[in-house]
Design a protein around this ligand. Structure first.
Ligand SMILES: [Zn+2]
Ligand SMILES: [Zn+2]
Length: 134
């Protein structure tokens, strides 16, 4: 069982199951939404996910269709959101506690990466979305 939460502690959630490998998105929206060089994300099956507390604090912001963010209405931390178009629960990896058993395995939207950040690992890099395999 994995748990996670926001900075103020009002929003808490748990995951009973595997998360995907983590990817780092360098797009300008993710950089603005996090105030950082990239957004570290993973996904899980919605059936494996449950809110423990703070569901009434959730605030959703939709920037463009398909780019929706959920955050704690009190402290502003990014928190998970269900993405209908993928049928998956999208999880900000930084909110997870403990070891999810997964590590970063690729970078996306590297073409819009911050000029002040240099990628120094050897994981695959994609200019935009990772191409679907198969
Ligand atoms: Zn909070
Ligand atoms: Zn992004």
């Amino acid at each position: 069982m994995l748990t996670g939460g926001c900075l103020c502690g009002e929003v808490r959630y748990e995951l009973d199951g595997k998360v995907s490998p983590i990817w780092l998105c360098h797009c300008s929206k993710c950089r603005r939404a996090t105030g950082s060089a990239f957004h570290a994300s993973t996904v899980c099956q919605p059936d494996d996910f449950s809110w423990l507390s703070g569901a009434d604090r959730l605030t959703v912001y939709e920037d463009t269709p398909g780019y929706r963010r959920c955050f704690c209405g009190r402290c502003g931390s990014p928190v998970p959101i269900y993405l209908e178009q993928f049928g998956l629960m999208f999880i900000p990896a930084g909110g997870l506690e403990g070891d999810p058993g997964r590590t970063v395995n690729h970078h996306i939207f590297v073409a819009s990466k911050a000029p002040w950040y240099e990628i120094t690992d050897d994981h695959p890099q994609f200019d935009e979305h990772k191409p679907r395999s198969g």
